[in-house]
Structure formats: structure tokens, C-alpha cells
Design a protein around this ligand. Sequence first.
Ligand code: SF4
Length: 312
Amino acid sequence: MNDRFNTSAGYFRKRFGQRIQKVTIDAGFTCPNRDGVLGKGGCSYCDNNSFNPSYCVPQKTITQQINEGIEFHAGRYRHAEKFVAYFQAYSNTYAPLNHLKKIYSEALEHPAVVGLVIGTRPDCVDSEKLDYLAELSEKYYIAVEYGVESCYDKTLRRINRGHDFWCSRKAIKETASRGIRTGIHLMFGLPGETKQEMLDEIDIISSLPINSVKFHQLQLLKNTVMTAEYLKNPSDFHIFNVPEYIDFITDAVEKLRPDIVVERIAGEVPPRYLAVPAWCSLRNDQLLVLFGKNLEKRNTRQGQLYRGINNG
Ligand code: SF4
């Protein structure tokens, strides 16, 4: 394990005294940026199918998906006996509270499940839902992960997110203030953003009451608006190569507040979904090794250059 940055494995070990594995669930949600409430096209880079494991289909019950997820991971993670149910696909708070209660309770009733991770959009929560999650978090591990993607409204408009950064900031604060673990996703390489602007985002997110972050590089997927834009005007994009990205993430983590858990340094989709092949299909664990070596080579660690700027 790398002690130069906070990993989620380290966090779970500290909290539960054992390895905790996530099992992914598709509970059949949609998203207001796809069902017509905000728009129909979705975010310009999105193909939600690309990040759903094969055992995850909404026609199966939550319990069935958890059982199959546990089986799926059994060979790879022999030491995991406890699991968190990861509601990943689309926006997993985008339904009436009664429905949310039903599906979250079904997951929490599974004997191997110690908590929930709920991925959603920052405009898909309200005080009623957050109060309910706060109540659950007195008994279980409950984390909400918001797709923030960028701290810049110019980018959020351009990628058709359908919400601004103020909305992300508000959801993060309202979640964290209730004692619910709060995570975010941030994407690097979005069109029109310079490397310096991306690094400046680290100061901004470090000033927010988040517990964890997942970093993703932009991946150009087949049949997306983003890929069409890229093919038309590639110079508007900063597509990282591997050594450059590893160096960039090292810079980012150096600036990141020292207590934040870095759950991911890069996204991973099956190569068949990629319109523009990238990174020779390097897996996430291989990237983590490169990242660890780079931290060592530079003799640096998370938060080494954290400056405690208050943008909150
Ligand atoms: S909010 Fe998420 S699911 Fe909805 S379109 Fe954007 S990336 Fe896709």
C-alpha cells in the first residue's frame, strides 16, 4: 500500500479493520439530462453503458445484483468479506424518496453489506433526501458521490452538464453538513481548459468539505457529441499521454488537501467503447503503480504543496 497518498483501501481498513469491496448496482435510474427534464442528449461525453459491469442490469433485483457482484469479485478479492453497494449508473437519487427508501433498504438488508455509495448529480438531491441519508449514516457507511466534473461554468455549459458549479458547491456543503460522507468526480482534459486551470481546480475542491475525490481523464467514447467535436477540432482538447498524466496527477495530489481520500486517479472503460484508442489499454492498477513510483521519484506526497486557500 502507498503511504504517500490517502487510498480508499487504507480508509476502509482504518474504519472497518478489514478490506471492503464495492459491488456495483444498476437500479434502473435515469438522469434529468437524458429523460427530457433538462435535456435529452445528456452530457456530451456520456455513454453510461461504458461503466456498468456485465452483472449489472436493472431487470435483476438489488439482492440478486449484490449476490452476483460478490461472486464476480470472489476470485479477485479473496479477503473481502464485507461490501458496500455502489449505486453507480445514471443519477441514483433521481426518484421520489419512497422509492429511494425501498431500494436502499433492500441493499442494506443484505448481510454482507455495510453501507452504500450513491453516485448522483448535484441537482438531484434535496433536504428531504439528504435528511434521510443522514439518518441512515448514523448506522451505516453512507457516501454520496457527486459528478462535479469541472469547477468552471464555461466548461459545464460547453459539455452540456445542465447545472453550474454553484449547484455542486451547494450540494456538497448541504451533504457534508449533515455528516454524510461526500465525494466528487472531477474530469481532466475537458475542452477549452488549460492545464493550469485544471490544477487550479485542486485549490477549489480542497476548500470544500469533501471526504474523497475520483479523478478521471477525458475518454473519447464512440457515438458521443464530444468525440464528434474532437474529430472536428482536436486542437481544442488537451489529451494527456500516460507519462504526462502521471506527472499531472502527481502535481494535483501534491496540492490536494492532505485528508481527502483519492479513490481514483483515472477512469477506465473497456477499450471497445473508445472512439480514440488511448494509453495502450493500461489498467488502473498499472497506472497506480506508475503514480506511486512518481511520488517516490519526486519524493513528494499528498498535500505537500497544499496552501489552504479558502474558496469555499
Ligand atoms: S449526468 Fe451522468 S448519466 Fe446523466 S448524461 Fe451526464 S454523465 Fe450521463
